[in-house]
Design a binder for this molecule. Structure first.
Ligand code: AMP
Ligand code: MG
Length: 520
């Protein structure tokens, strides 16, 4: 197995000099060296072929002992020093102090075809940042992270990636619902990959500790290595850096709204500086279109991270990042102006995205009403988001389609669609018809374009749970089936039509399907 190792991270950033994994507050440092825990009996369950290619590895490599040992923490790549990163964060709106990579250990940074990747094991044991936990991960959350991060990539949503999913062979104790019923579960390890895993929280912790020197080192490092197109570090460049992070964060959240993804824990420690979706915990996919929905039961009271609030939370999180960068800029105005631009940008981009979901590729002032009235209508009865938008591309004014006929499969309970609601749909489709007449693209072209925006297949919550239930029994076929399905989420896949279906009734209130906790 040949990986081209780069050693620049360790040389440039201050490291925590203590070489043990014991938990502690790590000051004046950006990371701590930490050795992955050796595992009892690791078994490789799945490898992403796309990610293998990206890293310059071959299918044959995955059959070697080296591959298994490296990506489960049992051996360390030559000339590398694994480390865990120091970060803090606002959790559910409150400053939580040092969090850090409690169970993620960066193995190395590598380069392939001019791309730079950090490779990390999640669930590899304690680090200085583990607080009261064990640093391990269970199979259920690892399957969810592995499948979803690769699925998001294929959906065109910026995301961290996953190379492999493995069992550790160790059992891990978890109180899944935090209700006093702890039980043993199978331990697992995901190998995650991203250009960098630096988060908003990496800057925040240094600002919170008034450690301006280390803050500057980290910001300059980040700009030099990941935002070099912005120019060499200076106050001006710091502002451009902030604006770039704002833009990419916004773009990522617009994609979430497009595909119906709810992150579930948009704490500032879960915001990548690259605007990539990171930390797949109690995330979920909208089934019924509902702005108030969150999959995270820990957040069920205030629903801070509900689907309809994600854009607003993005802004709140960026505000915290601006505060963290302020000590280097010492002038609020520039940061404030960039922050102020967010709402207008968000509104414009949201409208463009929603227009494209409706097959509208020109702009009319009345589009806002058409879109808002659709959002209201979708929430009057439980209407499946994915099926609704996918089927909408069949609506044709040329063929004089009957709107309700086209979308009827998206309704969860057809009897809930009262006469009043039917009339509202009828009138919405009349407005939609009028609007489509102003478009110049043909029905066929519109359908093609819409089908590249509205996915046919997403990782519905119950689908991941079915794969997890099987995996817990030692059957891993469904992991592969879903992985293959989700490689081409926009394609018609007649053999996989069964996955283009509403959530089955048994999954409505099942743990893991609609109710998820942060326990992982
Ligand atoms: P997450 O839910 O992955 O965003 O985790 C929040 C923080 O808790 C991160 O610092 C994690 O590394 C840490 N954490 C979560 N689970 C564990 C665990 N089992 N052991 C140690 N740290 C953990
Ligand atoms: Mg996290």
């Amino acid at each position: 197995m040949q990986l081209k190792i780069k050693d620049r991270f360790n040389k440039e950033l201050p490291a925590d000099p203590i070489l043990v994994n014991t938990r502690r507050q790590v000051e004046n440092a950006c990371f701590s060296y930490a050795a992955p825990k050796t595992t009892a009996q690791p078994v490789l369950l799945h490898v992403s072929p796309e990610m293998l290619l990206e890293l310059g590895l071959k299918e044959d490599d995955t059959k070697t002992e080296t591959f298994l040992n490296v990506f489960t923490g049992n051996s360390i790549l030559p000339n590398t020093k694994p480390y865990a990163m120091c970060y803090g964060g606002h959790q559910f709106g409150n400053w939580a102090g040092q969090l850090g990579d409690g169970r993620a250990i960066n193995l190395a940074e590598i380069e392939h075809k001019n791309k730079h990747w950090a490779i990390q094991l999640k669930g590899a044991g304690e680090t200085p940042y583990s607080r009261t936990a064990d640093g391990l991960a269970v199979l259920r959350s690892s399957v969810r992270e592995y499948l979803c991060s690769e699925a998001m990539h294929h959906l065109g949503v910026p995301t961290t990636r996953a190379l492999s999913l493995a069992l550790s062979g160790d059992d891990v104790i978890r109180d899944m619902l935090y209700d006093g019923n702890a039980a043993y579960e199978k331990g697992a390890i995901v190998c995650r990959v991203a250009p960098t895993f630096v988060r908003f929280g990496n800057f925040q912790i240094l600002a919170a500790r008034n450690d301006k020197e280390t803050l500057k080192t980290l910001v300059d490092y980040t700009i030099r290595h990941h935002f070099s197109h912005l120019g060499s570090p200076s106050k001006k460049t710091y502002l451009r850096f902030f604006e770039t992070v704002l833009d990419s964060t916004l773009e990522m959240i617009i994609h979430w709204q497009r595909v119906g993804f709810v992150h579930g824990v948009m704490n500032t420690d879960n915001m990548s500086i690259l605007g990539q979706t990171i930390d797949y915990g109690p995330y979920g996919w909208l089934e019924g279109y509902d702005h108030n929905w969150t999959p995270n039961t820990t957040d069920s009271q205030f629903k801070r991270y509900r689907f309809g609030a994600q854009l607003e939370i993005g802004h709140w999180n960026l505000y915290q990042l601006a505060n963290a960068l302020y000590p280097l800029i010492e002038e609020a105005e520039g940061l404030e102006n960039i922050l102020k631009s967010y709402n207008e940008k968000a509104k414009t981009q949201y409208l463009t995205m929603m227009r494209s979901k409706l097959g509208l590729f020109s702009e009319e002032a009345s589009d806002i009403e058409l879109i808002f009235s659709l959002e209201d209508l979708l929430q009057l009865t439980e209407t499946d988001m994915t099926i609704f938008f996918r089927n909408l591309s069949d609506f044709s004014i040329e063929k004089q389609s009957e709107g309700l006929d086209i979308i009827k499969d998206a309704f969860y309970v057809i009897n809930d669609v009262s006469d009043t609601i039917r009339l509202k749909w009828k009138s919405w489709f009349e407005s939609y018809t009028e609007r489509l007449k102003k478009e110049t693209v043909s029905f066929e072209d519109r359908k093609k374009k819409m089908n590249l925006i509205n996915p046919k297949y997403v990782l519905r919550n119950y689908m991941a749970q079915l794969a997890i239930d099987d995996a817990n029994k030692g059957d891993y076929k469904l992991i592969d089936e879903l992985f293959q399905l989700l490689r081409k989420p926009y394609n018609e896949q007649p053999e996989n039509e069964k996955w283009f279906a509403k959530r089955p009734d048994w999954a409505r209130h099942k743990v893991g399907c609609s109710m998820l906790s942060c326990s992982s």
